[in-house]
Design a protein around this ligand. Structure first.
Ligand code: FES
Ligand SMILES: [Fe+2]
Length: 342
């Protein structure tokens, strides 16, 4: 399998940073291998290419100056659209097309600043609905961020994979017992999902503590880079984590995860502090597993993977990422049922 070309994903929205990270200083990020700088103006967040057109110093080394960003080297100043509004020492209007810094469309939703590196904003499906799920005020939400040493494909697979928790999160998310679990896999041109019925019997202590009785688990993928895990009790969702992955480069992904839980009498900030403490080991375990996988992939130079029907989501992730809508057609069957021991 050939490595995914990150440039092929540029016409999709990607999460760049949490809104709350943008205050008084410019923020450097790399999205799909492209260095950008984000800063907040009176009109909202603005992302520019992180390269001053003058001598190419990183604009993220600069400082905010009202609604504009001043380069740290010779002081050129740029507005939120990337126009040069001042060249210190040079009389007359500063703006020229050649002096502009590249600017990108941006949207601030769900506490996240999203950027689009190429293409028309209106022509691109926005993954917001995936992150806002489940809808409504009956849920508390919290945004977590982290960085993984993993390719986009491996990071997506790790979140949606039901086979590794028995080993990587043994006891926490899965007990040693396995039970036959009916899995329904659905696929369309935009994504894929797997519903697991009966996997609650082998839930670990952390899962039981958070969810109570589990009726259904749904793992879904929305191409190219959003994934969601839903754990349902008999009366609806108990714990939902929706994740926007942002490839920094071929071996690194930034993660923006929205964790939603039903609102209770416990104040949200208390609940979130407890959740963070409880999930810290789970996140560390996944991050370590992915980092070791990446290390070994690089040691051997290229992947040589063997899969079984337990690897439910990977084929869909790969064909949607590499083949787009044609991948959906190539993969054929829109719905499949299998029974696995989970
Ligand atoms: S490099 Fe930015 S002003 Fe000269
Ligand atoms: Fe995991």
């Amino acid at each position: 399998m050939t490595e995914l070309a990150l440039s092929s994903l540029r016409a999709h929205w990607f999460a760049a940073c949490p809104s709350r990270a943008l205050r008084r200083r410019p923020l450097a990020r790399t999205v799909l291998g492209v260095p950008i700088v984000l800063f907040r103006t009176g009109d909202g967040v603005r992302p520019l290419l992180d390269r001053c057109p003058h001598r190419n110093r990183a604009l993220s080394d600069g400082a905010l100056c009202g609604d504009s960003l001043r380069c740290a080297y010779h002081g050129w100043r740029f507005d939120g659209e990337g126009r040069c509004v001042e060249v210190p020492g040079l009389p007359g209007a500063a703006d020229r097309p050649s002096r502009r810094a590249g600017a990108f469309p941006v949207a601030e939703r769900d506490g996240i600043a999203w950027v689009l590196l190429a293409g028309e904003p209106g022509a691109t499906r926005f993954p917001l609905h995936a992150l806002a799920h489940p809808a409504g005020a009956a849920f508390d939400r919290v945004l977590w961020t982290l960085r993984l040493q993993a390719s986009l494909t491996d990071a997506l697979e790790n979140l949606l994979d039901a086979a590794h928790p028995h080993f990587v999160h043994r006891g926490l998310l899965r007990s040693a017992r396995r039970r036959p679990t009916e899995v329904t896999v659905r696929r369309d041109a935009h994504g894929a999902s797997a519903e697991y019925r009966g996997d609650g019997a082998s839930a670990g202590w952390l899962s039981r503590l958070l969810e109570g009785e589990r009726a259904l688990t749904v793992a879904s993928y929305l191409a190219p880079a959003v994934a969601r895990l839903e754990y349902h009790g008999p009366r609806g969702p108990r714990f939902v984590v929706s994740v926007a992955f942002t490839p920094v480069d071929e071996r690194t992904c930034d993660v923006h995860a929205v964790v939603a839980t039903p609102r209770t009498v416990v104040p949200a900030f208390v609940k979130h502090a407890v959740l963070r403490a409880l999930f810290a080991p789970v996140i560390r375990q996944d991050a370590a597993a992915l980092a070791r996988q990446r290390w070994n992939l690089e040691r051997f130079g290229e992947p040589s993977f063997v899969s079984t029907p337990l690897d439910v989501m990977r084929p869909h992730i790969v064909s949607l990422l590499h083949g787009g809508a044609n991948g959906a057609a190539a993969n054929g069957v829109p719905e499949q049922r299998i029974v696995l021991d989970l």
